[in-house]
Design a protein around this ligand. Sequence first.
Ligand SMILES: Nc1ncnc2c1ncn2[C@@H]1O[C@H](COP(=O)(O)OP(=O)(O)OP(=O)(O)O)[C@@H](O)[C@H]1O
Length: 391
Amino acid sequence: MSETAEATESAANAANDESNDAPRTNEASADSPVISIRNLWKVFGPKSARMRLPHDEQVKGLSQTELREKTGCTAAVRDVSFDVHKSEVFVVMGLSGSGKSTLVRCLTRLIEPTAGSLDFNGQDVLSMDKDTLRELRRHRASMVFQNFGLLPHRTVLDNVAYGLEIQGVGKAERRERAAEMVTKVGLDGLGERRPGQLSGGQQQRVGLARALAVDPEVLLFDEPFSALDPLIRRDMQEEVIRLHREEGRTMVFITHDLSEALRLGDRIALMRDGEVVQLGTPEEIVANPADDYVRDFVRDVPREQVISVRRAMRKAEKTEAGKGTELAPDTLVADAIEAVARSGESARVVENGRTIGVVDDARLLSVVAGLDEDAVEGRGEDGEPKEVAAV
Ligand SMILES: Nc1ncnc2c1ncn2[C@@H]1O[C@H](COP(=O)(O)OP(=O)(O)OP(=O)(O)O)[C@@H](O)[C@H]1O
């Protein structure tokens, strides 16, 4: 059976034997998170049941190696808390073994968390019964896998229709919906082919179309493009960005590739040894790494292509009122450098008709050189200038 078939069928059946109470039914309000996790742990190993998680201070105090040596257990996910908001692309990034796959599989209990809490649109996932959990996986959260997970003997159209088939949607309707999705991901004319007759990139488009066909609230991507060569990978990233722009669907995207994370993520959770070491926008992570590990991770990122002038600007002097090029606060430093070079003078950062700061050569170059972090005169902890003269 393919990975997807297994994930949707056997894992769906296996994962919920420990379900107990009926799900909570506190409905989510419009701006409440789609996914909310608190103090989530997944510990693999025989002694995990004896730990008093999520608040076992002794376990919390042990490094991964110490925990393994003392207990034979691996804490693949350690005390992780975050919210995923509606319509955001939330990226989980980290090196191999950092716990990304385990974390994302915990979201629909394909892997059963050891402790913590987990809500999906305000519903408690950990207390969902078998049927509710199956409904969650089949209708509300679709997974796109790294190795495509396609059924080799089925046509493209039938693969795309598969999720609808297990939902019990009638043949005519599912073929119509599948055909729509095939068009949406740019595979027109290939509907009757088998997966083996497609390139890797095309196969992943089929995986994407299949996930979209069930119209889920959340798309979960588990390193979907890591088997693709760099150009096709780039194409697929563009495809995800396009789909997201068109549909605004909430997405959780796992990757170990920093440039992919920076390109796709509205926010990124950076994992190490099961923990989230930093959670922030790409700009926050690149401009203000939380520790040396993150700093090392982002060392080679072209900062000017991630950091905006809002973070790079200084206070405007009274004499600078109304002078120079106007830039929006989210203008990238790379674009600001071009604007300043063209005009030969500093540029004003303008928001709602107010000058909120100024960027000049020195300011912009300090971002490129990485001298801005913690050293920018007048910048507060949040990266904003402490006092900004509104001119
Ligand atoms: N079933 C399991 N039993 C024991 N340990 C496991 C199991 N699954 C994962 N682990 C361990 O949990 C840790 C996190 O693994 P996980 O696969 O979540 O990491 P990852 O960041 O997704 O890695 P990769 O990028 O290589 O897929 C690793 O140390 C791994 O060896």
